[in-house]
Design a protein around this ligand. Structure first.
Ligand SMILES: [Ca+2]
Ligand SMILES: [Ca+2]
Length: 164
């Protein structure tokens, strides 16, 4: 193949927009900020054609670009307000509510989506375990979560618990 006369081209939905190729060297560049939470992989086809005739000099080659996750999302509660009630005289350790927070990062990467729960107010009457299960009765608590990987604060949620 006469490399001097070769020109590299890129085909695919993201070609020319998200990714561009240097026609002379074949190097592929990203021209947009990539967000794994929006598009996690791109499928492209690379072509080498003759500059003059545009004929393929090699058979097209398909390749996939996977976007590597970074831990850039905080966990957020699935609800702003969680409501629950519990009978009076309930025994200590009675489960009253499970709060849930989710994290948009890649769950297959260690610690990027792990969530811990903590009660900010009301922890003299309530306890919470790491899975978000609240036990012991009282009635107003504020809880928050954070991503274990980054130790950055997540969102706040309020849990209202009332006597039945
Ligand atoms: Ca995260
Ligand atoms: Ca991410």
């Amino acid at each position: 193949m006469n490399r001097k006369n070769a020109k590299y081209l890129l085909k695919g939905e993201s070609a020319g927009k998200v990714f561009r190729v240097n026609a002379d060297t074949g190097d592929v560049y990203a021209f947009e900020r990539l967000d794994r939470e929006k598009v996690s992989e791109y499928h492209l086809v690379a072509l080498v054609v003759d500059k003059d005739t545009d004929k393929n000099l090699e058979s097209p080659s398909s390749f996939t670009i996977k976007v590597h996750d970074i831990n850039d999302n905080w966990p957020v509660f699935t609800h702003r307000l969680f409501n629950s009630s519990v009978p009076e005289m309930s025994a200590m350790g009675t489960s009253v509510i499970r709060v849930t927070a989710v994290d948009a990062d890649d769950p297959t990467v260690a610690d990027h989506t792990s969530v811990m729960y903590q009660i900010l107010k009301g922890d003299d009457h309530f306890g919470i375990d790491e899975s978000g299960l609240w036990d012991l009765p009282l009635w107003a608590c504020t809880t928050w979560v954070w991503g274990r990987g980054r130790h950055t604060p997540g969102s706040d949620a309020e849990g209202r618990l009332g006597w039945q």
